[in-house]
Design a protein around this ligand. Structure first.
Ligand code: VGL
Ligand code: ZN
Length: 202
């Protein structure tokens, strides 16, 4: 059993990021059993859930003439436009049916504000608006985080970098993550994570 100053953060293991989903990550479902097994080592487990209102500004369908996976400039910076995904209350937004959810004490929902996306479990894409996760972890005495889930190059990456910047000791278990990999985004994500002091495992 890990020390009680450690937490496992399971990022966005939701139907829409698994094969058959709206923003499917190749082999996204193949990490589920390994994540369940890893949960047995941790006393603190947090799940994150991408949770967008219909018509969210990160959806290509909300920008006339724009295709999914193109990039637009938002007030907070560049934003990739995605297929509609993880709409609040939809089947696609539910956790993968094989993922254990009972061991988690906390579920952080993110991306619920219509005008701003939120890849990171800690801050929305303006890098300023907090989700509340930092306060939860600190008030519970958590110092060390292991991150797994979907997608390596977006939500795992942003969460890991923000966690490290906040002073948590962050390890990403690369064997329990899968990537979207858009135009080299996976290589860039690893560079960014390593530069931020994130540890790699797996
Ligand atoms: C994610 C793109 C859009 C993720 C969420 O979980 O990595 N990626 N929304
Ligand atoms: Zn999203």
């Amino acid at each position: 059993m890990r020390d009680d100053s450690e937490a496992l953060i399971v990022i966005d293991v939701q139907n829409d990021f698994c094969p058959g989903g709206a923003l499917a990550v190749a082999e996204g479902d193949e990490i589920v059993q390994g994540i369940n097994a890893l949960m047995e080592e941790f006393q603190t487990i947090v799940l994150t859930q991408d949770w967008h209102p219909a018509g969210h500004s990160s959806f290509a369908s909300s920008h006339s003439g724009k295709d999914p996976f193109s990039v637009v400039e938002m007030p907070y910076g560049p934003q990739v436009l995605w297929p509609d995904h993880c709409i609040q209350g939809s089947e696609g937004a539910r956790f993968h049916e094989g993922l254990l959810t009972n061991p988690a004490q906390m579920i952080v929902r993110k991306g619920y504000r219509p005008q701003i996306d939120s890849y990171s479990a800690f801050f929305e894409n303006d890098h300023k608006t907090p989700t509340g996760l930092e306060g939860y972890l600190r008030s519970r005495g958590i110092e060390k985080l292991t991150m797994v889930g979907l997608a390596t190059d977006f939500c795992v990456n942003y969460s890991a970098v923000d966690g490290a910047k906040l002073g948590f000791d962050v390890t990403v278990d690369s064997g329990l993550c899968k990537a979207i990999n858009l135009d080299g985004s996976l290589a860039a994500a690893w560079d960014g994570m390593l530069a931020a002091g994130v540890n790699l495992h797996g």
